[in-house]
Write a protein of this length. Sequence first.
Length: 237
Amino acid sequence: MPTTQRRRVLLKLSGEAFGGGSLGVNPDVVQGIARQIADAAESVEIAIVVGGGNFFRGAELSQRGMERGRADYMGMLGTVMNALALQDFLEQAGAETRVQSAIQMTQVAEPYIPRRAERHLEKGRVVIFGAGAGLPYFSTDTVAAQRALEIDADQVLVAKNGVDGVYSADPKVDPEATRFEEVTYQDALVRGLKVVDSTAFSLCMDNRMPMRVFGMDGERQLTRAILGEPVGTLVRA
Ligand code: UDP
C-alpha cells in the first residue's frame, strides 16, 4: 500500500528523448524509457513533464515566419502526443498512469488540477503533465520547476540526451569543459550555463528546490536517478 512518506520526484523528459534523435515518436525508444520509469514507480512517487522539441519548437517556427504564440501552441500540442505515447508504454509496463493537460482536451487527458495530481501520486500512479504551462513563451524546463514546486516534490530530475550533467562550459564547444558533481544555481546562472533554461534555474533557486541534471545514455540511468542515486550533477540553492 503506497504511503505519503515516499520520495516524490518531478522528472523532466525532453522531446528529444521521445524521437531518439528524429522527428516524431520512436516507439522502441519510448518503451525503453517507460520500462525504466515503471521499475522505480513502486517505491517513488513520479510526476513527469514532457517536452516537445521532437515535434515543434515555437521559437524556431517563429524565426521561419510564423506568429510566435500560435507556433508555441503547436509546440505545446506536440508535448501532449509525447505524453500519450509515454502513458501507453508505461501502462504496458505495468504502471498506473494519469495524463493532465494544461490545455483542455478532456477526451485524452484530465485538466491540470494540482491537488488531484497529488492524490494520484499518493495512490502510486505516475502523473504525466502535457501541454507545458498552457502559455506561450514558456519552456517545459520552466514548467518542470513550477510543477515540482506546486505538487511539493522533493527534487526536479532533468534527463538530458547527449550530455550527462552540468559542465563548466558547453562541452560540445569547449573540449576543456569539466562536469560538476555539484553546483549552485547562482553559479550556473552567472556562468550562463544553458543546459537547463535560466528561468527554471532561477525559479528553483528562489524556492530552494534541488535539481539533478543527468544523462539518459547508459544502463538504467533513469531508474537510478529516480531512486535517488547521485548520477550527473546536483544543482542547489
Ligand atoms: N511551449 C510553450 N509553453 C510551455 C511549454 C512549451 O509555449 O509552457 C512550447 C514552446 O514552443 C516550446 C515547445 O512547446 O518550444 C516544446 O517545448 P520545449 O522546447 O520545452 O521541449 P523540449 O526542448 O524539452 O523538447
